[in-house]
Design a protein around this ligand. Structure first.
Ligand code: SF4
Length: 412
């Protein structure tokens, strides 16, 4: 049964404006909030964390349509140990997985900026995500730690004094259902109306449409690029690698650039989130499963993952199925972070799906703050060795399973 979201759960804005929250939490009153600026002059800081890695184009399109100058949208830098040391000391709140813990460093970095000082720290509490798997899955929820992350990390900046009020920054963290466009304008209007006086619901609705247009255009570009890359591999009969991970493993401080080390060995790298989903290709890959009654459509994953509630998890499972059927994906690299409770149940099914097709499978689990440089180097060499010696056989074996003409080589 679909999970319902009741708007009245969240009708109180989750974060108070700087002046009022400080009164309750500090002995001496914090500076009064400055008069609202013209929207074109506002500078909005956005932590480059979690599902911001897959939704940033939506937010840029949305904020730009509201009149924020895109040059005044400031993302924090990539996660790094230095960032955590400089900006997150003493800000920890709960013991959690590494990608959530990292958020404190991003908050601290944005609040500490003296040049290009921000007026608003914007950290959406993302409840559901847009997903190309759409109605083929039960739901597209964020991980609960991702959703609650903004409130959890905020607490670390209110423990002794209100760090937001002291920096003169308004904290805006609306609860958002990105997979549910009709309710989104209401959620975002409630979140932004105090920070942007005069903002109307109708204006927010138009900005949401602009955000989705920007996100869809970016998504189309990346999928087309992935298809181009697969076509090049197919024509040259050369292997490529697929990364199965969460979007924020693209952050060099979270994923430790393992895929970049492999790319430097000459192997093209694809990410599951941006695989091509063109009808001709998907039907070539999945028609046999549909005919056999295993699935109802190429995007159906109920055969391997019946509890398809989590957007990122669903896409990882679908990516594994794609890899198993795509001849030129000769190797899958799985990345997962330290203390990730969401990934643990997926380890075995993902590995089984990939390996049953003869595709090479390598997993880097429990990634934390420190890059295990030595072991990564050895494993990258191992992967390169196996790809170098076994890729032609893997490609031939996978091609033999589906002898009909592949649209990557022979467009219809
Ligand atoms: S999916 Fe895993 S790593 Fe990501 S926020 Fe959730 S628990 Fe943490």
């Amino acid at each position: 049964m679909p999970t319902r979201t009741l708007l009245n759960w969240f009708e109180t804005p989750p974060s108070s404006p700087p002046a009022s929250s400080s009164t309750a939490l500090t002995e001496k009153p914090a500076p009064a909030a400055a008069a609202p600026k013209d929207r074109g002059l506002l500078r909005v800081g956005i932590p480059r964390v979690l599902n911001m890695w897959s939704t940033h184009q939506f937010w840029i399109g949305f904020l730009s349509a509201l009149g924020i100058d895109p040059r005044r949208i400031e993302f924090s830098s990539d996660t790094s140990e230095e960032q955590g040391r400089s900006h997150a000391m003493g800000r920890g709140t709960v013991d959690c997985c590494y990608p959530v813990k990292c958020m404190s460093g991003h908050y601290g970095e944005l609040l500490a900026r003296s040049k290009r000082k921000i007026d608003i720290l914007f950290v959406p509490m993302i409840y559901t995500l847009p997903s190309f798997l759409g109605t083929h899955v039960t739901a597209s929820l964020s991980c609960p730690r991702v959703m609650a992350g903004p409130e959890n990390i905020k607490a670390g900046f209110l423990k002794e004094r209100d760090a937001f009020a002291e920096a003169g920054v308004r904290y805006v963290a609306p609860f958002v259902s990105l997979a549910d466009p009709p309710v989104l304008p209401k959620q975002l209007h409630a979140g932004f109306k105090d920070a942007m006086p005069g903002l109307t619901l109708e204006e927010t609705r138009r900005a949401v449409d602009a955000g989705f247009r920007a996100l869809e255009a970016w998504d189309r570009r990346l999928r087309a690029r992935s298809r181009e890359l697969l076509e090049q591999c197919a024509r040259a009969q050369r292997p490529c690698i697929l990364v199965l991970a969460r979007p924020y493993h693209m952050d060099p401080g979270i994923g430790h650039e393992i895929e970049t080390d492999l790319q430097a060995r000459g192997y093209p790298v694809l990410w599951a989130q941006h695989l091509p989903t063109d009808d001709d290709l998907l039907h070539w890959m999945f028609d046999a499963d549909i005919a056999a009654g295993h699935i109802r459509s190429p995007l159906d994953i109920h055969d391997v993952w019946p509890s398809s509630y989590s957007a990122n998890t669903n896409e990882i499972l679908w990516g594994a199925k794609f890899a198993a059927r795509m001849p030129w994906i000769a190797c899958v690299v799985r990345l997962a972070s330290y203390e990730c409770g969401m990934d643990q149940p997926t380890y075995s099914p993902v590995q089984a799906i990939v390996e049953r097709s003869g595709t090479l499978f390598f997993s880097f689990q429990d990634l934390d703050a420190t890059k295990p440089a030595g072991s990564v180097k050895i494993r990258v060499e191992t992967i390169a060795h196996y790809l170098g010696t076994r890729a032609p056989d893997i490609i031939a074996k996978k091609l033999a399973v589906n002898p009909s003409a592949c649209p990557l080589i022979e467009p219809p």
